[in-house]
Design a protein around this ligand. Structure first.
Ligand code: PRF
Ligand code: ZN
Length: 376
């Protein structure tokens, strides 16, 4: 059940009940593509950094270790020792961004594994079967994410196919959820809106998928090379056409500023590799902009990454020490930066939820954005 608890302009503060617990939105999902958050972060660390939802990938787990293996081991929750919600992305996007040679047909996509080059076929049914074996809380529909420079004709055809695929996903998920040996018979399905930068195609597609009465709705195909302004223009246009009584999810977005703008346009769920990827490179977020801890100016800096931050890195270690670890290529350096960055994102979402509840979202957003612009 999705319940809106407060609104402030278009910004929504809601709760979303799942079989693995209630999600408080707006929420940032922490990315663990191959059932691991990169940077040596264990699921036992997640409580301390405020993670609500972990996100993994159908494609990666199908290739390695194999979804049938995960099913035999009791599903992804048991496998990775995480009992809170898990969202699995459908594989569509990863096939397009990772796999080499691929062929898109009406039935699905033929491609080669990025691990061993073996030939794989994935269509809507296969994606649902894999996600059912993984037994995630929320499964994503199998979609095509057209390039941001794809022409109108291509996008139109691609979106129509994505709609046909979505209907097949819905039918297959209902079938799988009713099988006797399904680990999570309550698995939910989110549909994905596509249409590149064409507002009319986006809106028409949103109206078509809204009719299917799914558990939630994502906006895909953004943050794929278009400008931030274009992304905000598409969100302004399309989010009002997604069902208001269901959660919305902006896939693969983004910077803290992108998230603040997405929330302001009615988005509930976000995910992005930035905090973990940047952390692994010693780039850490603060309320006064991003720092590069490799910089020589931190050599003798015994303050924490951010004063007052309650993350496991800032409570115990200095910038100088973490810089040393990074320079010495000690794994702990990366790990502390990733823990800080994920805490920073998760904590910002907590502040966002509070600001919406108080009806102070505009002021909160303006103050936060001004801070990020400061040079440190
Ligand atoms: N589709 C799917 N996953 C995604 C995207 C998409 O369009 C994006 C686009 N930013 C990120 N992840 N299935
Ligand atoms: Zn910190």
């Amino acid at each position: 059940m999705y319940q809106i608890l407060a609104t402030d302009g278009k910004a929504k503060r809601a709760s979303f009940e799942t079989v693995h617990g209630t999600i408080q939105t707006p929420v940032f999902m922490n990315v663990g593509t191959a059932a691991a958050i990169k940077g040596a972060v264990a699921t036992t660390d997640l409580q301390e950094i405020g993670t609500q939802v972990e996100l993994s990938n159908t494609y990666h787990l199908h290739v390695r270790p194999g979804d049938k293996i995960v099913k035999q081991l009791g599903g992804l929750h048991k496998f990775m020792n995480w009992d809170k919600p898990i969202l699995t992305d459908s594989g569509g996007f990863q096939v397009f961004s990772l796999a080499g040679l691929r062929k898109i047909k009406e039935e699905g996509v033929y491609f080669h594994s990025h691990v061993d080059g073996r030939k794989i076929f994935m269509g809507p049914e296969e994606s649902m079967q894999i996600q059912s074996n993984l037994a995630s809380t929320i499964a994503m529909a199998f979609d095509e994410c057209p390039s941001s420079v794809a022409d109108r004709d291509y996008v139109r055809k691609s979106v129509d196919r994505t709609t046909r695929w979505l209907k097949r996903c819905k039918t297959e998920m209902a079938r799988l959820n009713s099988l006797p040996d399904t680990i999570n018979p309550n698995q939910m399905l989110f549909g994905i809106n596509q249409g590149a930068v064409y507002e009319d195609i986006r809106i028409e597609h949103a109206q078509q998928i809204a009719e299917l009465d799914l558990d939630g709705y994502a906006v895909g195909g953004l943050a794929v090379g278009e400008s931030h302004e274009e992304m905000y223009r598409i969100l302004d246009a399309v989010v009002p056409y997604l069902p208001q009584n269901k959660p919305t999810y902006l896939m693969g977005v983004g910077t803290p500023a992108n998230i603040l703008e997405g929330v302001d346009r009615g988005i509930d769920f976000f995910d992005c590799v930035y905090p973990s990827r940047n952390g692994r490179h010693g780039h850490v977020y603060t309320n006064h902009g991003k720092l590069n801890l490799f910089n020589a100016k931190y050599e003798l800096d015994d303050s924490p990454i951010e004063d007052g931050c309650q993350c496991p890195a800032c409570r115990h270690y200095s910038r100088a020490y973490i810089r040393h670890l990074l320079k010495a290529k000690e794994m702990l350096g990366m790990r502390l930066c990733v823990l800080h960055n994920l805490y920073f994102y998760n904590h910002m979402m907590e502040e966002i939820r509070e600001a919406i509840e108080k009806g102070e979202y505009k002021q909160y957003k303006a103050k936060k954005l001004a801070g990020f612009e400061e040079t440190t």
